[in-house]
Write a protein that binds this ligand. Structure first.
Ligand code: PEP
Ligand code: MN
Length: 334
């Protein structure tokens, strides 16, 4: 249930209403917008008489929320959430390109890629240190050393870093990581999500290989329910019967999610296609349909990449792509 408070209502009366709701055993989520205050009620709202509340002098209207996601719901928080990490904003009109290799492979590799993508306009650096691989015989990442190398690249370029966590026991190693990624394979690792709900750091939550948008939002809700409301959603393609592409990029998820939630939505054109030449057209389409950002795999030598070379674009291709992305962003502003 959400209660919209009339503009310029006395603060004391609003606080009295909040205290009364809390005394009924419910939790509240207050969203202070430019024009309205919205009070979201979390818990069993059956004991609240909506008609009685509607009749209060300070109440504009009361709406029941039927969706199971509450804190992530745009009805709870009508304005776009802006996530800030390492001085970079994403959401609410702040477009952010996150670029970097699938995996951190060596100091030379990550530093060359980081300096180049930064020059081409990337605002954040990605790179896997812990890799969730389908085969146990494949490269599993440089682990703690990979995070150290990302830190080195961050110190050199000033770019905030995004890297994936696969085991909550590794959390202490992520202390200086700006955004922690939860990969597609862990989207419904609820114990991991609950732990990430207890920290104060942005989380980039990727849609699972076979998960619905509702399930993605419920996973975001798991993190938010614990108190961490800094979530960026990522559409990275879902598994369908199509085999030419690695996954099927569900671009319709972008405008739909942005309607359903206030959280920023980014698109990963690399894992969703698996084919480097599709990365540019899908990136441009993602911008055109309203994504708040892109997460792109870029490598200084894709043919020799230890992971996901076929979908990685070169430094030069990234530069060109980013120029076109900026043109679409400007065109949308006109
Ligand atoms: C990644 O971004 O490095 C990754 C493994 O992606 P996904 O979880 O979407 O497969
Ligand atoms: Mn990858």
């Amino acid at each position: 249930m959400i209660i919209v408070i009339k503009n310029q209502s006395p603060e004391k009366q609003v606080n009295n209403l909040i205290s009364w709701i809390e005394s009924q055993g419910l939790r509240v989520h207050v969203s202070q917008g430019e024009y309205n205050t919205v009070i979201g009620l979390i818990g069993d709202t059956t004991r609240i008489d909506a008609e009685l509340v509607s009749g209060l002098e300070i109440v504009e209207n009361v709406t029941k929320i039927s969706e199971p996601f509450k804190k992530a719901n745009r009805k709870f928080h009508p304005e776009d959430t802006v996530i800030e990490a390492g001085g970079v904003k994403i959401g609410g009109g702040n477009f952010c390109v996150i670029a970097g290799p699938c995996s951190v492979e060596s100091e030379d590799q990550i530093l060359e890629i980081a300096t180049s993508v930064k020059k081409s306009g990337a605002l954040m650096l990605r790179g896997g240190a812990y890799k969730p691989r389908t085969s146990p015989y494949d490269f599993q990442g440089l682990k703690a050393e990979g995070i150290d190398l990302l830190m080195h690249a961050k110190n050199l370029t000033g770019m905030p870093i995004v890297t994936e966590i696969i085991n909550i026991n590794h959390l202490p190693l992520f202390e200086n990581v700006d955004i922690i990624q939860v990969g597609a394979r862990n989207m419904q690792n609820f114990e991991l999500l609950k732990e990430l709900g207890r920290i104060n750091k942005p989380i980039l939550l990727k849609r699972g290989l076979a998960n619905t948008m509702k399930e993605l939002l419920m996973s975001a809700e798991y993190i938010m329910a614990g108190g961490n409301e800094q979530i960026i959603l990522c559409e990275r393609g879902i598994r369908t019967f199509e085999t030419f592409t690695r996954n099927t990029l569900d671009l319709s998820a972008v405008p739909l999610l942005k309607d359903l939630t206030h959280l920023p939505v980014v698109v990963d054109p690399s894992h969703s296609t698996g084919i480097s030449k599709l990365v540019e057209p899908m990136s441009l389409s993602a911008v055109a349909c309203g994504a708040d950002g892109l997460m792109i795999e870029v490598h200084n030598n894709p043919a020799r990449a230890l992971c996901d070379g076929a979908q990685s674009i070169t430094l030069e291709q990234f530069k060109k792509l980013n120029g076109k992305v900026n043109k679409i962003i400007s065109a949308l502003k006109d």
